[in-house]
Design a protein around this ligand. Structure first.
Ligand code: 2PG
Ligand code: MG
Length: 415
């Protein structure tokens, strides 16, 4: 059995230049694992809290004081790491030690275990086949919490290369779309500065409707057709639009307000008009009922919960009971440890809720989520299209082809 022989944490910076936690785990004195925690800009209320009192230093101090407790543990067993961490912080949202520690520790441990056992991480997490490549779900144009004034209220316009038969073809379709969309934006806006948001998506000075028209034009220019080579998805990130006092969604940049029924209609219309195969957080994070109405009406679209589920097993069970979602975002740092996430994935699978493993808008150059997507049978890996920290995950998918263990692309049918 591999055994942790050394462990060390430090503060580093993420892709937004904000402080985060990085942890090194060494197994059997020579197998080195490392991970650093990502962070969100549109954060669900029920997510694990990144740092105690918003203070990374405090998180690191508590971790360092307790780090000896992890020496001698089996790094290949996410449950053991979870149990010891829970003996230090048993709060629901890791408010004492911080979700950033939980993330970095549990992922660094599996990273070093995989090296010591000379197997890819995904195989440690799911010992048996079948393994499939997730479709890359790429953010090509965005606004909301990820970009500045003048950009659309909608946080993310996403492409999914549904016609691709291999992972390389899938990535290339997304790259081509991103490049072409840049040219299309420039052709209508001579002052376009090639500005991009936190996830590498174009951040032009257009509203939601114009954004969709531009994307439509780029699809045609590439010679693709909607529903054949490519399909569209949207992350409405509706909790960022919701005003609890006024009980309405404010599309401030476009000057539109929508009450709950209007928001449901808007979501249904978007799915219909653009044949969306994916719609994330169409309503705010507490509205399981409206999510259920949208899910029921659109059986061919993955109506996906992000802020509403926060990778939380109890919440996805509630969503299954109320039939609120057909898709679920899995972000390890929303829930804390790798073990928490694998439990969440099990609950999704049992309830036939399709998993979409996802990056955060504030990322590291780590690639572990590519393995997590494969191990959890994710249909898609939401990881942007361009930008070093986004490409890191996508390139890992390409490397994984060399193991000859993964056969073909995930099955995207929603049945
Ligand atoms: C989302 C994510 C990732 P953030 O809302 O799905 O795209 O954004 O990390 O800011 O929560
Ligand atoms: Mg989201």
């Amino acid at each position: 059995m591999p055994s942790i022989t050394a462990i060390k944490g430090r503060i580093v910076y993420n892709s937004r230049g904000s402080k985060t936690i990085e942890i090194d785990v060494i197994t059997d004195k020579k197998f080195f694992g490392r991970a650093s925690a990502p962070s969100g800009a549109s954060v669900g209320k029920q997510e694990a809290q990144s740092f105690p009192d918003d203070n990374p230093k405090k998180a690191l101090e508590l971790f360092t004081t307790n780090s000896k407790k992890f020496i001698g543990l089996d790094p290949a067993d996410p449950k053991i790491i979870f149990d010891v961490l829970r003996s230090i912080d048993n709060t629901e949202r890791y408010t004492k030690i911080g979700g950033a520690i939980a993330y970095a520790l549990s992922i660094a441990a599996i990273d070093s275990a995989a090296k010591s056992l000379d197997v890819p991480i995904f195989k440690l997490l799911k010992p048996r086949k079948p393994y499939k490549f997730p479709f890359p779900l790429g953010n090509i144009l965005g606004g909301g919490a990820h970009a500045g004034p003048g950009t659309p209220d909608i946080q993310e316009f996403l492409v999914c290369p549904i016609g691709a038969e291999s992972i390389i073809e899938a990535l290339e379709i997304n790259f081509e779309m991103h490049k072409e969309l840049g040219k299309v934006i420039e052709s209508i806006d001579k002052r376009f500065t090639y500005g991009r948001g936190d996830e590498g998506a174009w951040a032009p000075n257009v509203n939601n409707d114009q954004a969709l028209e531009l994307i439509d034009k780029a699809i045609k220019n590439c010679g693709f057709s909607l529903g054949k080579e490519i399909s569209l998805g949207i992350d409405l990130a509706s909790s960022s639009l919701w005003n609890e006092k006024k009980k309405e969604y404010g599309y401030v940049r476009q000057g539109i307000k929508r009450n709950t029924q209007e928001q449901i209609d808007f979501a249904n219309d978007l799915i219909k008009k653009y044949n969306l195969i994916y719609l994330e957080d169409p309503v705010h994070e507490e509205d399981f009922e409206s999510m259920a109405a949208i899910t029921k009406r659109n059986p061919k679209c993955l109506v996906t919960g992000d802020d509403i589920l926060v990778t939380n097993t109890s919440r996805v069970k509630e969503a299954a009971r109320s039939k609120s979602c057909s898709g679920a975002i899995l972000k390890v740092n929303q829930t804390g440890t790798l073990y928490d996430s694998m439990k969440f994935a099990d609950a999704c699978t049992i309830n036939n809720i399709k998993i979409i493993t996802s990056h955060r808008s504030g990322e590291s150059s780590d690639a572990h989520i590519a393995h997590i997507a494969i191990a959890t049978d994710s249909k898609m890996l939401k990881s942007g299209v361009i930008g070093g920290e986004r490409i890191a995950k996508l390139n890992e998918l390409l490397r994984l082809r060399e193991y000859d263990l993964i056969e073909g692309m995930a099955d995207l049918s929603t049945a």
